[in-house]
Design a protein around this ligand. Structure first.
Ligand code: ADP
Length: 680
């Protein structure tokens, strides 16, 4: 059974002058350490009694008591056992009191020496249960109530109460305890021999105070350090939040990249922070955004080597941030790179861009590489990248990845919206066209057929006129339906492409003869033969090529008077394409309409007032075909009545200039004349 008497209460009762005070745990630790250190540094051999509440608190201090025990053989350490603490007379006396003893709630340290006495006796104030259970309750919040004094009377009183308690738990120590009494406590009544404990309070408390100040300073220093690291953490958290906030708010990829490099560059005070987008298979990437501090050379817009850069390769393979503190010492960039044969290349990069310390942070989104972020330190001495800085950049890279994906999704959505709008326009146009284009010829056909049916005796000439009109309008209907189906097939990608190696000259000839045959009933402007020489073969689907040429020629014929002229020219445009130009001397196109003529159903007169025939789908079809083989198509005109030029490009199949005018080789393999395709 534990003893319920509180030592603190007993001491207070017997010392009227003493008033209990409140102490935080950290103050008691500082006071206890100062008292213990005083013992350790002084030559005195005092009586020491320390009560630790529980074994776990004692364990942290056991090493100090082993040292103290070398100074004096009157050391008593008390604690409630938890695992191995027990009554024992080893280097000093340990006293294992009952956990239910009032001592379990008390913290005592009594030191009675020759030149000084000090005593600390406190009782722990119980915390409200809710506080001790809550996560926010911390050890340093523990509070104690009691006395701390140098007063020898109080100290001896506390020592005697504690020695009595020890005698109960360790009766076998009776003789030793009595000696302690004689030497340190009862001298007051028994005439203290000179040199032993005097009645006077501590004559020179300076060394003790010095110790205490050192402890307080050390505590303050620790607090400052903790505050600093807390402030740095908070600052980083703020940076992360502000980057997340900014990049998440933007749906513009360039802006997202700029914000990321700017904020990281400024906050981490790096010499250079760059960002680029790339895929895992890319060998190089173009640096899209950059932050550089003063006097550091810019790398913006440069083509950045990814393949053979061991840091980049490692970052991608391991899917994590990779750093090199000193690029000249890092074996991956030196020894290993030279062994792989990439040493010189890397050395050039490091030297040209003054990269002394290097970090590469891959930007992934669900295992898909979107790009990378790099930090360069470009001045001596090299930096040692801090783990929490790298973790921060890593976190930002993750957020940039998410923002990029969002922006990409938004762009796709915008494209989709545009397509939907275009589709909607087509649908509305189709309704208008159907209203006019289909209904008008249909009603004409109907009127003609009704008249023919109602008047069997109609004059043969009039009958012929009626029949011709009905047939013409039926043809118009057929063309419209056909063009519309062709455009739909091209736009939906449902067209099969039969790639052939062809002679452009033969395709032009075929298209010209088709146009002439189709317009045999009317006078056409002069179509000049193609005069271009030394043309290489082209690689495409011949039928679609003839279709484009025929449509452009049809238009040229339609919008040029019979006394005008149409020419077809082909030239190599310096890349891997030929440029074909169909020019006419006809009515021309206003400069502001040069792009819109390619829109579906665009007609200068407006779809509903069309006079020149046609469906308004011809150029839209041409653009789809040309884009399909990777070419471009555009119109050129000086304006009204000043003629038009339609250009388009087409990929070259074999790069050769040995052909005289393309005709001779086109007749041989591999050049072929396109076959006529049956239309849908
Ligand atoms: P359409 O069936 O009406 O010819 P297109 O798509 O082929 O349809 O052409 C669209 C419009 O572009 C024409 O209606 C015309 O206004 C203009 N256009 C096309 N080619 C020429 C040209 N060679 N000269 C002048 N205008 C042209």
């Amino acid at each position: 059974m534990g003893i319920s008497n509180s030592v603190v209460a007993q001491v207070l009762q017997s010392c009227d002058r003493q008033r209990a005070q409140m102490y935080f745990k950290s103050s008691l630790t500082a006071l206890s350490h100062a008292m213990e250190d005083l013992v350790l540094t002084d030559s005195d051999s005092p009586l020491i009694i320390a009560c630790f509440q529980r074994e776990r608190f004692y364990r942290q201090e056991a090493h100090r008591y082993r040292r103290i025990a070398r100074k004096t053989n009157q050391v008593y350490v008390l604690a409630a056992p938890e695992t191995e603490f027990k009554n024992c007379s080893d280097v000093y006396e340990t006293v294992a009191f009952e956990p239910s003893d009032a001592l379990a709630e008390e913290w005592h340290l009594v030191v009675i020496g020759n030149r000084y006495t000090a005593c600390l006796v406190c009782h722990e104030k119980t915390q409200p249960e809710t506080a001790t259970m809550s996560d926010s309750f911390i050890d340093s919040e523990r509070r104690f109530e009691g006395i701390w004094t140098f007063d020898p009377t109080v100290s001896r009183r506390a020592a005697s109460i504690l020695l009595d308690r020890i005698a109960i738990y360790r009766p076998e120590l009776q003789a030793k305890i009595e000696l302690a009494y004689r030497l340190y406590i009862t001298l007051e009544d028994t005439q203290a021999p000179t040199g032993l404990v005097s009645n006077s309070p501590l004559t020179n408390p300076d060394p003790f105070v010095q110790r205490l100040v050192t402890y307080l300073q050390a505590g303050q220093y620790k607090l400052l350090k903790a505050n600093k690291s807390l402030a740095a953490k908070q600052q980083k958290e703020r940076l992360l939040n502000s980057v997340i906030d900014a990049v998440r708010r933007s749906l513009d990829m360039t802006e997202i990249l700029q914000i990321a490099v700017q904020k990281i560059g400024e906050e981490l005070a790096v010499c250079r922070c760059i960002i680029y987008r790339c895929r895992e298979t890319d060998n190089v990437a173009k640096i899209e955004r950059e932050f550089v501090s003063e006097e550091i050379p810019s790398v913006l817009g440069k083509i950045w080597q990814l393949k053979n850069n061991p840091l980049f390769e490692e970052a991608i393979a391991e899917r994590k941030t990779v750093s090199a503190d000193d690029t000249r010492q890092d074996t991956r960039l030196t020894q290993q790179a030279w062994e792989r044969g990439t040493g010189e290349q890397l050395q050039n990069i490091v030297e040209n861009y003054q990269i002394v310390s290097w970090v590469i942070v891959p930007i992934f989104y669900q295992d898909r590489l979107l790009g990378a972020l790099e930090l360069h330190h470009c001045q001596e001495p090299p930096v040692v990248w801090q783990e929490d800085d790298l973790a921060l950049v890593d976190a930002i890279a993750t957020q940039v990845g998410i923002a990029l994906i969002q922006a990409e999704a938004y762009t796709n959505l915008e494209d989709l919206n545009e397509q939907l709008e275009a589709l909607d326009r087509t649908r509305s146009n189709l309704v208008a066209i159907t209203g006019h284009e289909l209904r008008t010829p249909l009603s004409t056909i109907q009127v003609c057929l009704e008249s023919l049916a109602a008047e069997p005796d109609m004059d043969p000439k009039l009958r012929q006129v009626m029949l011709d009109t009905a047939l013409d309008d039926a043809e118009r209907l057929r063309n419209l339906v056909q063009d519309f189906l062709t455009l739909s097939r091209l736009e939906s990608g449902r067209v099969e492409w039969n790639l052939e190696t062809l002679s452009i000259v033969e395709c032009v000839e075929l298209a010209v003869s088709n146009v002439k045959a189709r317009n045999s009933d009317r006078a056409l402007p002069t179509i000049e033969p193609l005069t271009s020489k030394n043309l290489p073969l082209v690689q495409t689907d011949g039928e679609w090529l003839v279709e484009v040429l025929a449509k452009l020629l049809d238009n040229a014929c339609k919008f040029t008077n019979p006394d005008g002229k149409i020419t077809i020219a082909v030239k190599s445009n310096g890349s891997n394409h030929l440029e074909v130009t169909v020019s006419d001397t006809g009515r021309g196109i206003e400069p502001k309409r040069l792009e819109t003529v390619f829109d579906r159903f665009y007609q200068e007169e407006g779809a509903l007032r069309r006079s020149a025939g046609g469906t308004g789908l011809g150029l839209a079809i041409c653009r789809q075909i040309v884009h399909n083989w990777g070419g471009e198509i555009w119109a050129e005109s000086l304006g009204k009545d000043r003629g038009s030029k339609f250009h388009f490009t087409i990929p070259i199949a074999v790069k050769t200039s040995n052909l005289d005018d393309g005709r001779s080789s086109a007749r041989k393999k591999p050049g072929k004349t396109p076959k006529r395709r049956k239309k849908a």
